[in-house]
Design a binder for this molecule. Structure first.
Ligand SMILES: Nc1ncnc2c1ncn2[C@@H]1O[C@H](COP(=O)(O)OP(=O)(O)O)[C@@H](O)[C@H]1O
Ligand SMILES: N[C@@H](CC(=O)OP(=O)(O)O)C(=O)O
Length: 457
């Protein structure tokens, strides 16, 4: 019986896990310790995508451009320094770095989104080659697999949408048959359109890539290896007393990701749900610490599971007297937002006002602003528009929230010292959201965490 017909594990290593040679070595040990791990998905080494994004930006002058190219090259060479001397490897990386330089130069004349994606893909291309070399150094006969052969997307450069049917078909024909004999290392975050042009799935998209591949290969388990030992009750960088969660449901994890828990890309859970693939989140630095399992069914479903925060939120306040006892105002507003590919997050309404926050989930890899002048002008045709920014969305995530007496009182009591600009609950069983000033975000999360989680066990 073939190994992959028994069990197939897809392991994704994030940027912090493949930041440098020692980190890559930890990851290699994790891969090699499990014979069922046949496909490894890597992000660019930590910091590289940020440097590449800066390289795509119009304001970057020549001096800074050269510095950025150098910094990116330095990260790759510091890993190569630890690998056996190989002209072939050097030539591969150098050719990618040269390509990066040519692309960055061409952006000066033509700010093409297609070229930007090609440039952004260099980070993952380099890290996959280097991580494969680390595996080979450990005695594994592994190979690099170009994700663009299977990760078919549409043409929306910067925030491309995957074509699930094509990805399934391509994975089944191009990748699955070889997994039995060879371990492959592939790139997260990048894909290609029908014409083979490189696309990217949006910032943080490697988790999503790994989940799509797990779905298309009918994997048993998806492992997300990162720099913390699983999903915590809140970002451990924000609250020192945050605790790792042993087991969490798909619905709760999806809410956490959607509402800013950076540990998972918001789209990661959907493919796993579609194929009921269990997801493990663990630390590549401490693989022995227990980590978090994300499953359909979990043993306990507490009212309070976690607190997440999404910063840099924009609130649109739309005012129109036409709204009074009228129909169609919201339809018109949502149609304008849809034309600009913006989805709405929170919404509250009154007689003549609608307040809404914008969902940045599908944001462009190039870091462009969601709200543009064209959209605002369009909205101003039918209402007055007021924009507030410097806000943060804090989400309390758990179970049965709208049907549990006392949740609102507990949350509002806990936050009595803060101004709550907007609140929303009732639509989902799994969350209650509040909008607060960005400057208060950390204190709000810490206060909620202290009052809802600490002291409980
Ligand atoms: N609830 C949470 N549990 C764990 N980590 C969280 C949570 N919310 C936010 N994070 C942050 O997510 C980070 C991991 O995500 P990221 O930096 O994207 O990792 P990677 O480089 O592996 O993709 C952690 O270092 C942590 O600060
Ligand atoms: N390298 C890409 C994709 C990604 O998912 O990275 P990470 O796994 O480090 O969040 C980014 O920085 O957006």
């Amino acid at each position: 019986m073939s190994i992959i017909s028994k069990k197939l594990v897809i392991a994704k290593f994030g940027g912090t896990s493949v930041a440098d040679y020692p980190s890559m070595l930890n990851c290699a040990r994790i891969v090699l310790s499990n014979p069922f791990t046949r496909l490894v998905v890597v992000s660019a080494s930590s910091g590289v995508t940020n440097l590449l994004v800066e390289l795509t930006q119009a304001h970057v002058n020549d001096e800074r451009r050269v510095q950025l190219l150098k910094n990116i090259a330095q990260i790759q060479y510091s890993i190569i320094d630890n690998l056996p001397q190989s002209q072939h490897l050097l030539a591969l990386i150098d050719s990618l770095l040269n390509h990066m330089s040519v692309l960055s130069e061409s952006l000066i004349l033509n700010r093409s989104k297609e070229v930007m994606d090609e440039l952004l893909s260099i980070g993952e291309q380099c890290s996959s080659i280097l991580f494969n070399e680390v595996l080979k150094q450990q005695g594994e006969y592994s190979q690099v697999f170009d994700a663009r052969k299977v990760m078919r997307t549409n043409d929306q450069f910067g925030a491309a949408e995957p074509d699930i049917n094509d990805i399934f078909r391509l994975c089944q024909s191009e990748l699955l048959p070889s997994l039995n004999n060879t371990r492959f290392v592939t790139q997260g975050f990048i894909g290609a359109n029908e014409q083979g042009r490189t696309t990217t799935l949006g910032r943080g998209g490697s988790d999503y890539s790994a989940a799509l591949l797990a779905e298309a290969l009918n994997a048993t388990t998806l492992e997300i290896w990162t720099d913390v030992a699983g999903i915590y009750t809140t970002d451990p960088r924000l609250a020192a007393n945050a605790k790792p969660i042993k087991e969490i449901s798909f619905s709760e994890a999806a809410e956490m990701a959607t509402f800013g828990a950076k540990i998972l890309h918001p789209a990661t859970i959907l493919p796993a749900v579609r194929k009921n693939i269990e997801v493990f989140v663990g630390s590549s630095k401490q693989p022995e610490s227990s980590g978090t399992w994300i499953r359909t069914q979990v043993n306990n479903a507490p009212v309070y599971r976690a607190v997440a925060v999404r910063r840099d939120q924009t609130l649109l306040n739309l005012h129109s007297l036409k709204m009074l006892h009228a129909q169609g105002f919201l339809a018109e507003t949502f149609a304008s937002l849809a034309r600009h590919k913006i989805s709405v997050d929170l919404i509250t309404t009154s007689e003549v006002n609608v307040a809404l926050t914008l969902d940045k989930t599908g944001s462009d890899s190039s870091g462009q602003q969601l709200l543009n002048d064209a959209l605002i002008q369009e909205l101003e045709h039918h209402c007055n528009v007021k924009i507030e920014d410097s806000l943060a969305l804090v989400a309390i995530i758990g179970n049965n929230i709208p049907n549990t007496t006392g949740v609102c009182q507990q949350v509002f009591d806990s936050l009595s010292e803060f101004n709550i600009r907007m609140s929303s609950q009732g639509a989902s069983q799994h969350n209650m959201c509040i909008l607060v000033a960005e400057k208060d975000a950390a204190a709000v999360v810490q206060t909620l965490h202290r009052d809802l989680f600490e002291g409980l066990s």
